[in-house]
Every structure is written in C-alpha cells, then in structure tokens.
Design a protein around this ligand. Structure first.
Ligand code: RTP
Ligand code: MG
Length: 139
C-alpha cells in the first residue's frame, strides 16, 4: 500500500555536505520525494516537532541539536514507505545499525544520527503537516 513518511536530514549531515549522499540512498531505494525544503528551526519549532519526547532525559539536548543548523525536510512516498525508510535508516544508535544503512554509514552518535523517519502512519501524517501545506506537496 502506498504511504508517505517524513524524512529529516539532520544538522550533522547537512553540515558535513551529506545531503546529496543521503538523498541518493533514498532515491536508490525507490522512495519518491513528493515535497522537500531546507529550513533552520528555532528551538520552539524543534520542541514542537519532538513534543512526544518532552519527558525524555535527552529532550533538551535533542532539541538544541535539531536547531543548531539547517536541516532538509522531505516527504517520501512509496509502497510501505514508513517501514522501508526506517530499515534504510538503521537503528537509532549507529553502533547497533546494520551494515549499509544510512546511520551505519554516516551517523556520529545516538543523537547526531543523520536522519529522522516517521514511526507510524499517524505520526507520519502529523509530521508531514508540521512542515508542509498542500501547495508544497506534489501528487
Ligand atoms: P527519529 O525519531 O529521529 O527518526 O529516531 P528514532 O525513532 O530512531 O529514535 P527516537 O527514540 O524517536 O529518538 C528521537 C531522536 O532522539 C535522539 N536520541 N538521543 N541520547 C539518547 O539516548 C538519545 N536517544 C534518542 C536521536 O537523535 C533520535 O533519533
Ligand atoms: Mg522516532
């Protein structure tokens, strides 16, 4: 079933000029980019995006990191896109990520882990609408 998921290429990756390499892996997987832009979030915008994690011990550090530099946000579309993109990303901690995954190849640590991907259909819909309105989406 065709799905959409929200991808973020995080500040650690944009800063190291890895945007193109990550997008190539996404496109080689067959996921289609249906919306994309570069933004530099405020602390408040990062806190809003990660609101589900606000009680977690890493929330303040995570939201500082996510507004430390520009990110590339994109909506991806394809059959089973949510699970396929999470498989391509690899485990949250790159030490546990499978060979050939984005995080195994590029992540610096459990926080500076290069990419975000939605974890389910409901969060994907909320996350895509957090960054994109209908005029900014193709298809
Ligand atoms: P994401 O939401 O970014 O796609 O990553 P995820 O599902 O694999 O991981 P999640 O548990 O949702 O955590 C969100 C992000 O918080 C940072 N994190 N830091 N210091 C820590 O132990 C820790 N744990 C998570 C990571 O940047 C993670 O991607
Ligand atoms: Mg998550």
């Amino acid at each position: 079933m065709s799905e959409r998921t929200l991808s973020i290429i995080k500040p650690d990756a944009v800063e190291r000029n890895l945007t193109g390499a990550v997008l190539k892996m996404i496109q080689d997987e067959g996921l289609k980019v249906v919306a994309m832009k570069m933004i530099h979030m405020t602390k408040e915008q990062a806190q809003g995006f990660y609101a589900v994690h606000r009680e977690r011990p890493f929330f303040d550090s995570l939201t500082d990191f996510m507004c430390s530099g520009p990110v590339v946000v994109a909506a991806l579309e394809g059959d089973d896109a949510i699970a396929r993109y999470r498989k391509l990303m690899g485990a949250t901690n790159p030490d546990n990520a499978d060979e050939g995954t984005i995080r195994k190849l590029f992540a610096l640590d459990v926080e500076k882990n290069t990419v975000h991907g939605s974890d389910g259909p409901e969060t994907a819909a909320v996350e895509i609408s957090y960054f994109f309105n209908r005029l900014e989406m193709v298809g």
